[in-house]
Design a protein around this ligand. Sequence first.
Ligand SMILES: *Cc1c(COP(=O)(O)O)cnc(C)c1O
Length: 375
Amino acid sequence: MSAVCGKERAWAAINLNHLEENVRQLQKILPKECRLMPAVKADAYGHGARLIARELWNRGIRDFCVASVDEAVELRECGITGQILILGYTPPCQFEELWQYGLTQTVIDSAYAKELGAWGKELTVHVCVDTGMHRIGERSDHREAVYEIWKNDNLSITGVFSHLCASDGMTKEEREYTKRQIQDFDDMVQKLHRRGITGFWTHLQGSYGVLNYPGLSYDYARVGIALYGVLSSRRDWTIADIRLKPVMSLGARLVCIKMLHAGESAGYGLAFTASGEMRIGVVSIGYADGIPRDLSNRGHALVNGCRVPVIGRICMDQLMIDVSEVKKASAGDEVIFIGRSGDEEIRAEELAGDAGTITNEILSGIGRRVKRKTI
Ligand SMILES: *Cc1c(COP(=O)(O)O)cnc(C)c1O
């Protein structure tokens, strides 16, 4: 257990009020009967799964989804007694844990359903139907194979779901593809009902499914990134006009300041060379903490309300910034990579864009050394 001294080397501040507001905003655009099933996989997208799940639990949310048994067990251990759906593959050696902890497993395809059904004790599952993403799920055009899943002994099937793969897109092609997926899913559910197969919940939308197709009415919506108050990319806009508030800010510490003379270089590989006299600051965060190395000579940070460039290559534990223009920068000052400082703000979408990726990857990649603290 590390000491909290208010001078952490690197921290992620988690704003629980913003989380609560995002929950409310998302619930507002969803039909009343649709409940949130927050995606708290990957340590709640880097925000801290225990912290986020407990907070959501206290706000009345009872259903969660994760990627693995280990993530689900972590939730059970912090008092989450509701439904926990594992969205991915669980190896047979962990079926015992599914049973023991009362977890809900995704049926990946009909062969996997047989494996689950043959295990011995009754397991609770949701059936994933592939409506066009072609990742997991039994293909929706393999109708008989889908129906067969219900013939397995020892499976308690409490849900049927699918996943949209282009709901963030606004091109005609993407909108049409998504509408076909929705139609395909609805057909599947209707056909199951007509065969007398009932008693299961349905869910289809992730964040963009909710934000861009808000009228859809299923039992759950598996929201992840939107709950954390950001979009995947700064280029994105959405049909539902809601103001999400970023839950995480990310900061580190200025550890020393030094002068660089014209022609001198800084950092690994001589990747940055001073063109004149300048002041640089060394910051206590690096790529092992989740600052992408792609931000070398390219990223930005905020110091005392000023926006400054990252210079040189980002190291594993440290990086350097140009503080020539910051009048009163001194060792110990905060350096913000995501969040506000004075009137300036760097959004996760901007950082991700500069690094050539999406916020989902940035947030879930925030390292274990980064201290999570709540505000
Ligand atoms: C991760 C995941 C989600 C949540 O996605 P967001 O875009 O972050 O809302 C929903 N469904 C499935 C199957 C997922 O893997």
